[in-house]
Design a binder for this molecule. Structure first.
Ligand SMILES: Cc1cc2nc3c(=O)[nH]c(=O)nc-3n(C[C@H](O)[C@H](O)[C@H](O)COP(=O)(O)OP(=O)(O)OC[C@H]3O[C@@H](n4cnc5c(N)ncnc54)[C@H](O)[C@@H]3O)c2cc1C
Length: 409
């Protein structure tokens, strides 16, 4: 197996990883930044990430490289089109981001029911949206960002169903008065969405159609209503990607990678930044990335300069969490026949017979298919209150040859 050595390895080229790589390189370290996407930028700057690289970038960026496992304390196993390699490092910064949380409801597996961020990614990748009727449902600011993007790409009619309550949302927006830049961003978003109905206290009850989505039923403040649409884009907040950190032995608490003041994890020489350490938005991810990069690069003074901005950004993250906390009623969304695990066809009713995620996995194969519980694990954690953290290799789907190579002498 090929071996590659670097001083600082950064995994994940979203806002946090890009900031970390730039900071570690500014300390004079040899830095390698890898990401499994075709381009840097992460979720928010998908396909536009090169514009966010320091010009000229003082570190090496390699895309299309997926890290799938840990190899001891100072190396990871990665695969790419070029084969399998062991990436060895002195210091490691993890910046693997977050994914969307999907909650099951009757009909959620119909074609054209997709993730909200997922639909945005598909449209950025060239899927046509012009003229389509789209309902965007779930929770969190991502719904508005996606709606604005789809509108700019010609989506015909849009409706946003936000599960959080009107009063909670109003309180959140009023709280932005102390953060003029965020208030301006929110108002700009609302302006971009002028005329698009935003229902609060509203969520999807079921999706219907013959072979593909035709209509959804929504719970609203005024009762149940039907909405004909071509696409339902759904996302109930985000879930940190902690799998790789867990494989490296980093402590995970309440679903997030635990870090200290300098973004150091519980494993010596391994740092974590961005949404894998908690959901907080773009600014917090960048600040954390910078702190982690300087700390990994050995410049403690510069790392400390980020502590004040991080405190303020974390305050905003907590306000976001309160404003968009998921309501209890959503636990009643699926019926017993609704699929929980799409990879292994396990219904909510079957999984509910068991007392824990582990027992449900052992008896039903729930969470043991291609996605390895990335989707149904977060849903089961919400529906049943189970601990569904996953710490078995590979961290993401990998080729058999990659796993076999790990055991070559
Ligand atoms: C689907 C989705 C869409 C979003 N869209 C928006 C938006 O339009 N506007 C907005 O304000 N916010 C959006 N967000 C939120 C935004 O991503 C965060 O606020 C923040 O920017 C996260 O930055 P990050 O660097 O922590 O993670 P990310 O931007 O998620 O970057 C993490 C990177 O790590 C890579 N990675 C993960 N695991 C591995 C591995 N094992 N090997 C190699 N690479 C790996 C991923 O491919 C990704 O490129 C979105 C989030 C999601 C999940």
């Amino acid at each position: 197996m090929a071996e590659r050595r670097t001083e600082v390895l950064v995994i994940g080229a979203g806002p946090a990883g890009l900031a970390a790589a730039a900071a570690a390189a500014a300390c004079g370290r040899r830095v390698l930044l890898v990401d499994d996407n075709a381009d840097p930028g992460g979720q928010i700057w998908r396909g536009e990430g090169r514009a966010h690289l320091a010009v000229p970038a003082r570190f090496e960026v390699r895309c299309g490289v997926r890290v799938v496992d840990a190899c001891g304390a100072s190396a990871v196993l990665a695969e790419s089109a070029g084969g399998v390699e062991r990436l060895t490092f002195d210091r490691l910064v993890l910046a693997t981001g977050a994914r969307e949380r999907f909650l099951p409801f009757p009909g959620w597996t119909l074609p054209n029911v997709v993730g909200a961020g997922g639909l945005q990614a598909m449209v950025k990748g060239g899927v046509p949206i012009a003229g389509k009727r789209v309902v965007i449902a779930g929770s969190g600011p991502l719904l508005l960002a996606v709606a604005a993007y789809l509108r700019s790409r010609g989506a015909r009619s849009l409706l946003i169903a936000e599960q959080t309550g009107r009063l909670r949302l109003a309180r959140f927006v009023l709280g932005l008065a102390g953060a003029p830049q965020r208030l301006r961003q929110t108002l700009e978003l609302r302006r971009a969405l002028a005329g698009v109905p935003l229902l609060t206290d509203a969520w999807p009850l079921s999706a219907h159609g013959a072979g593909r989505l035709e209509e959804i039923r929504l719970r609203t403040r005024r009762g149940e209503r039907g909405e004909r649409c071509d696409l339902l884009a759904c996302g109930f907040g985000l879930v940190p990607n902690t799998e790789l950190a867990a494989l490296l032995g980093c402590r995970v608490e309440a679903g997030c990678v635990a870090v200290d003041e300098h973004q150091a994890t519980s494993v010596a020489g391994v740092y974590a930044a961005g949404e894998m350490t908690g959901i907080g938005g773009l600014d917090l991810s960048r600040i954390e990335g910078e702190i982690a990069g300087y700390a990994a690069g050995g410049d403690e003074r510069k790392a400390r300069a980020g502590l004040g901005p991080r405190r303020r950004a974390r305050r905003f993250a907590r306000a976001l969490e309160r404003a968009f906390a998921l309501r209890e009623e959503l636990r009643e969304l699926p019926d017993a026949r609704t699929l929980l695990c799409r990879c292994e066809d396990v219904s909510v009713g079957r999984a509910a017979r068991y007392p824990s995620w582990r027992a449900a996995k052992l008896h039903t194969r729930c969470g043991m298919g291609a996605c390895q519980g990335r989707i149904c694990g977060a849903a089961a954690a919400f529906l049943f209150g189970w601990r569904c953290e996953h710490a078995r290799p590979p961290a993401s789907p990998a080729r058999i040859a990659t796993l076999a190579a790990q055991h070559e002498v």
